[in-house]
Design a protein around this ligand. Structure first.
Ligand SMILES: [Zn+2]
Length: 230
C-alpha cells in the first residue's frame, strides 16, 4: 500500500506540472494570436471581394458617364440654324436629361471613391494588426518554449521515478489505479474518513469497514475509488 501511495503522490505532482504547461498564460496568448491572424486572413479575403465589386461598379459608372458626356457633345454640335423650334426644344430637353444623369453618376462615383478609400484604410488596419499579432505570437511562443523547457525535465524525472516504482507495487493495485485514473478520477486511493469514503463522502456500511480492516482496502461502490485505512 505504501508503494502505491507514493506512486499516486508522484502522479499528482506530474499532473500539476502538466497543468502548468497546458494552462499557462503564454499558451493562451499564443492561441489568441493564432486566432487573430486567422480572422484577419478571412477579413482580408472579404475586403478583397468587396473592393473588386466596387471597382467593377466604378468602371461601369465611369463608362456610363463617358457615354453621357459624348451624348451632350453630339447634341450641342448640331447647327441650330437648320433646326425648327420643336427640334430645338427636343434637343434642349435631351440635354437637360443627360445633364441630370451626369450629375447623379458623378455623385455615385464620388460615393464609390469614398467607399474604396475606406476599404483601403481597413486593409491597412488589418495588415498592421497582423504584424502586431505576429510579433506578440513570437514573443509568447518563446516564453512558452522556455516554460516547457524548464518543466519538461521535471516531468521526465517524475515519470522515471514512477516507472521505477511500478516494479515494486502490487500488480493488482497498480492495475486498479490505472483503470480508475483512466476515468479522470484523482486521487484513486483515499482513506476511510469517519466511516465515509474519502473521495465521494458516501457512508460505508459497518460490514465493509470490517472488510477494510481485514483486507487493507475495499473499492467504493459509489465512486470506484480504493478506500484504505492507515
Ligand atoms: Zn467513494
Amino acid at each position: 500500500m505504501e508503494q502505491i501511495l507514493k506512486y499516486q503522490e508522484l502522479d499528482g505532482k506530474l499532473q500539476q506540472l502538466e497543468k502548468k504547461i497546458s494552462s499557462s498564460s503564454e499558451k493562451a496568448v499564443m492561441n489568441q494570436m493564432i486566432q487573430y491572424v486567422k480572422d484577419a486572413q478571412n477579413k482580408s479575403v472579404a475586403l478583397e471581394n468587396q473592393a473588386k465589386k466596387m471597382m467593377e461598379e466604378y468602371v461601369s459608372l465611369k463608362k456610363e458617364y463617358d457615354k453621357n458626356v459624348l451624348a451632350i457633345k453630339e447634341l450641342t454640335a448640331k447647327n441650330s440654324d437648320e433646326l425648327t423650334t420643336e427640334e430645338m426644344d427636343e434637343i434642349f430637353n435631351k440635354i437637360n436629361l443627360v445633364s441630370s444623369n451626369l450629375y447623379m453618376i458623378e455623385r455615385n462615383l464620388n460615393i464609390q471613391l469614398v467607399n474604396i478609400k475606406n476599404i483601403l484604410k481597413e486593409f491597412e488596419n488589418t495588415k498592421n494588426g497582423v504584424i502586431k499579432a505576429r510579433t506578440k505570437h513570437k514573443e509568447s511562443k518563446e516564453k512558452y518554449e522556455a516554460l516547457v523547457n524548464t518543466i519538461n525535465p521535471q516531468i521526465d524525472a517524475i515519470k522515471k521515478e514512477m516507472l521505477a516504482l511500478e516494479g515494486g507495487v502490487d500488480a493488482k493495485l497498480l492495475a486498479k489505479y490505472k483503470a480508475v485514473k483512466h476515468d479522470n478520477i484523482y486521487p484513486v486511493f483515499v482513506t476511510l474518513n469517519n466511516g465515509n469514503c474519502g473521495g465521494c463522502r458516501m457512508m460505508i456500511p459497518m460490514g465493509k469497514v470490517n472488510k477494510i480492516k481485514a483486507d487493507g482496502y475495499i473499492v467504493c461502490e459509489h465512486c470506484g475509488r480504493v478506500i484504505y485505512v492507515k
